[in-house]
Design a protein around this ligand. Structure first.
Ligand SMILES: C[S@@+](CC[C@H](N)C(=O)[O-])C[C@H]1O[C@@H](n2cnc3c(N)ncnc32)[C@H](O)[C@@H]1O
Length: 307
């Protein structure tokens, strides 16, 4: 029997059957390997996803409304816009944007409330102001919300070797006020008040603690006279976003911005706030000291004529 099976003829005759069995075994083995590696991959993916979630909390929109994870192309666009508006070297713009981005994440993690607006707009303002080299260190922020942007701007100015002195005007009325818009509860859950602003400014060291806070509305003559005691190197217009409100702030800025000083028009060209561009366009056809430098994300930049 054994010689019969091992004979040449028998081996030849059995070859197709043996090959068929081999193929079936191979298919089964492959199927098991595939199932095992698919299971392993899925398990690994689940583990990675679980590990990633706490990391995402540093950057996602929970508790601040906007995500802080810009794409590479958004970052590059902001850097290019900064180059154009400030005239600074690309390398300097890249460095400033990276530092501003890290600062934004750190301050929102440590402070109370949040900084208002999209990531690229905030990073753009924090980068552009020091790069525009204002003629003096006096900064006026009209509309501060939680004071956290002011704190960040102090830090960015100090990084550029400046000694910033910040003045803030805001009603600090418990919630954000916007004529003609219902703002509802803030995404951060924090009340908009003096205590929150002070806490955030304290994160910016001595210059933050020394910041001058004037509660009230920027169009109020009493408020204006209290803070019009100096010429400002930088005025940030980010209070009342209506056309009438921005027009009033621009008209005030004409009087208090130092020669060569900078005006930042926040939310410029933002579809939600058409009044800002409307007021700007009307203002620019008056007898103005201001020249339009350009736009970075959703902020417009103006420079006052030198004396
Ligand atoms: C968009 S938030 C400011 C955001 C802040 N600059 C930031 O970057 O996080 C606008 C702030 O301006 C305040 N505001 C509204 N009308 C104002 C006015 N007429 N004068 C000053 N502040 C005003 C609002 O209550 C709110 O706190």
């Amino acid at each position: 029997m054994r010689t019969l099976i091992t004979s040449k003829a028998a081996r030849r005759a059995l070859r197709p059957i043996v090959q068929l069995i081999d193929q079936r075994i191979e298919r089964e083995v492959r199927r098991h390997v595939e199932i095992a590696s698919k299971d392993a991959l899925q398990k690994e993916l689940r583990t990675l996803r679980n590990r990633q979630r706490p990391l995402e909390l540093f950057f996602d929109g929970t508790g601040r409304g906007a995500s802080r994870l810009p794409s590479a192309s958004h970052l590059n666009t902001t850097i290019s816009e900064l180059e154009q508006v400030t005239g600074a070297e690309r390398q300097a713009c890249e460095r400033t944007v990276a530092q501003a981005f890290r600062l934004l994440i750190a301050l929102e993690a440590l402070g109370v409330g949040r900084i208002a607006g999209g990531t690229m707009n905030i990073v753009g303002k924090l980068s552009a102001v020091p790069l525009l080299d204002a003629p003096n260190d006096e900064i006026l922020e009209i509309g501060t919300l939680y004071g956290m942007f002011g704190a960040a701007l102090i830090r960015m100015s100090e990084r550029a070797g400046r000694a910033p002195s910040l003045t803030i005007v805001d009603p600090l009325a418990g919630t954000q006020l916007q004529p003609g818009a219902t703002m509802g509860h803030d995404a951060s859950g924090t009340p908009v008040d003096l205590a929150a602003v002070r806490t955030n400014l304290s994160l910016a060291g001595a210059a933050g603690a020394a910041a001058r806070i004037q509660p009230g509305f920027s169009e109020d003559p009493e408020v204006r006279s209290l803070v019009s005691d100096r010429s400002y190197g930088v005025v940030i217009v980010d209070g009342d976003h209506s056309a009438a409100g921005v027009a009033a702030d621009l008209e005030w800025a004409e009087q208090i911005v130092a020669p060569g000083g900078i005006v930042v028009l926040d939310d410029f060209g933002h579809p939600k706030w058409p009044g800002i561009k409307e007021a700007f366009e009307k203002h620019m056809i008056t007898d103005t000291r201001f020249r339009f430098l350009g736009q970075v994300a959703h902020s417009g930049y103006l420079r006052a004529a030198s004396a």
